[in-house]
Write a protein that binds this ligand. Sequence first.
Ligand SMILES: NC(=O)c1ccc[n+]([C@@H]2O[C@H](COP(=O)([O-])OP(=O)(O)OC[C@H]3O[C@@H](n4cnc5c(N)ncnc54)[C@H](O)[C@@H]3O)[C@@H](O)[C@H]2O)c1
Length: 380
Amino acid sequence: MTTINVALIGQGFMGRSHSNAWGQVAKFFKPPLTPVMHAVFGQAEENPQAFADNWGWQNASTDWQQLVRSPEIGLVDIVTPNYMHAPVAKAAIAAGKPVSCEKPIAGSLADAREMVEAAKAAKVKTFVWFNYRRCPAVSLAHQLVKEGKLGTVRHVRAVYLQDWADENVPLLWRFEKEWAGSGAHGDLNAHIIDMTRFVTGQEITEVTGAIAETFIKERTRPDGGGKGKVTVDDAVLFLARFSGGAVASFEAARQATGNQNRNYFEINGAKGALKFDFERMNELQYYDATLPRAVQGWSTIMCTHGGDHPYVANWWPDAHIIGYEHGFTNEAYDILRVLAGQQPTVPLPDFEDAYQTQRVLEAALVSADQRRPVSLEEVK
Ligand SMILES: NC(=O)c1ccc[n+]([C@@H]2O[C@H](COP(=O)([O-])OP(=O)(O)OC[C@H]3O[C@@H](n4cnc5c(N)ncnc54)[C@H](O)[C@@H]3O)[C@@H](O)[C@H]2O)c1
């Protein structure tokens, strides 16, 4: 059996979801490489040993620099706040290790560019956890567009709305530019930019009409040290053009009351249309405009049929639905395939790919700041 030792850097929300994925993947799939949960890094006050014991990591560390250099490690998996993605990734790449990194690839475009360049120079494989690509319904949407079922794509409408960030939420790292880079924008628009690029197979060429707002300007510091300034957006909306001629709208927000995790897109083509809503993640809505007009209408596809729908043959029987965590396990499987020289089930973003999403994020911030259209050619 060929194995690869994984080091997980971080142990928060994503630390838990990645630990679950690395622990599950070889049980449900037959990856060509078997991951060994070798070591997890956490800050001393987080008690990394307790995390390791709970999730099945063999070792715990409070020194990520030493861990990513360790000759025992075969893959470095980064689940820290955004500002740390670049230093950890660059240290791992310098040690010759493949890296899988949470999204957005970095807090800033400059950091993202350095990560891409370092990976290219060292010729190491890289991956970014745009996990929603690996919801079977989203993978199917990608396949249907690729097969030409929608014809020419004309409209892309995407929103990622949450409502958790009211006045009572303290000044987490997510609210400070220094740590996060941006707010709802990098957190949520990053996902829907990636998903719509993935599903349409097209690149965004221009961003315009961007608007950014911070509704709650200061928050209580988690350490009790009074109030601190919020330095990122709470909401960013923008319009865009795709390379194939489609026009698009994007919306990300953290105080969109009533939308707990509404990651939604709608794509209208000349021959058909698709709708996906993560809150009903097992379903894809499909409209076939090539049918006789008398029977045209939206159909709800339950994307749980193994063999026809990506990934689900390795999970449960038809309509025994899957959840949030399965997208991460599906991604872990494809990472292991690519590390072993095989093709992923559907395209898997690397640093270069995630850099294209980061360029769109940057273009929207420039558009919002300067109140003008921004061509992606300006954003290198
Ligand atoms: N793919 C997704 O759907 C998804 C969802 C949530 C978060 N994310 C991304 O995952 C990353 C982590 O987010 P999270 O929600 O797990 O955050 P979190 O706050 O829950 O956890 C972050 C972890 O990073 C480590 N850390 C924090 N500050 C540190 C410091 N100063 N030095 C060293 N280590 C530190 C700690 O182990 C901490 O537990 C972010 O890049 C975020 O954008 C992705």
